[in-house]
Ligand binder design. Structure first.
Ligand code: COA
Length: 202
């Protein structure tokens, strides 16, 4: 019997529960601060986020906001909790890829050779991360986003749905890249960037 506590009973949480089931977890339940939630998909919501200390099993955080995910994962780490890595069986990942704890990789994602992905990241459905990319901690590569080879992302970078980057791009920490943007130059200043080519939103 392998138990997993998922923090965050959202739609994203439902996707993560499905991956967890496919990864062999057979006792799954949620924690969420919304009192009205009692169930998430097929699984019960059994308490609030701060109840995590009552459980001695693996955890994963299903919260899309990068900073919130970081805050909760840091709390779990400081309490010496075990944190899972979840990879959908239909993701394609090269043998030499390194993935940090708390990271989830969704269906159809492709991660190519010599990539390093930090902790607490989301590599979402049908996104791709090509050869030798280095992804910092608590980043989110949204659905259908594509990073070309040798792209470096700092920490807490949000890459919106359908974004494309050129190869060898460097993006600093705490950047948001809007849905559909094309990143063709390095991003050196934190902020929100949109459009083709991506420009800073004033
Ligand atoms: C970039 C983003 C974060 C901006 O959100 P916001 O700060 O609330 O900005 P607003 O919606 O107020 O838009 C501000 C302006 O930017 C424009 N804009 C917003 N997002 C844009 C985008 N992705 N591409 C081009 N223009 C965009 C708006 O049209 C608006 O222009 P206007 O002032 O001329 O009307 C958001 O639009 C976005 O793209 N989020 C990503 C969502 C996503 O990919 N989710 C995936 C989950 S898996």
């Amino acid at each position: 019997m392998e138990r997993l506590v998922i923090i965050g009973a959202s739609g994203h949480g439902k996707v993560i529960a499905d991956i967890a089931k496919k990864n062999g977890y057979d006792e799954i339940f949620f924690l969420d601060d919304n009192d009205e939630l009692t169930i998430c998909g097929k699984y019960p919501v059994v308490g609030k986020v701060d109840d995590f200390s009552k459980y001695d099993c693996k955890f994963i955080i299903a919260i899309g906001n990068n900073a919130v995910r970081e805050k909760i994962q840091t709390k779990l780490e400081n309490s010496n909790k075990k944190i899972a890595i979840l990879i959908h069986p239909n993701a394609t990942i090269a043998d030499d890829v390194e993935i940090g704890k708390g990271t989830v990789v969704m269906a159809g994602a492709v991660i190519n050779s010599a990539v390093k992905i930090g902790k607490g990241c989301i590599v979402n459905t049908c996104s791709s991360v090509d050869h030798e990319c280095i992804i910092g901690d608590y980043c989110h590569i949204s659905v259908g986003a594509h990073l070309a080879g040798i792209v470096h992302l700092g920490d807490r970078v949000f890459v919106g749905a359908g974004v494309a980057t050129a190869q060898c791009i460097v993006v600093c920490s705490d950047v948001i890249i809007g849905v559909g943007a094309a990143v063709v130059r390095d991003i050196e200043e934190k902020g929100t960037y949109v459009g083709v080519p991506a420009k800073r939103l004033k």
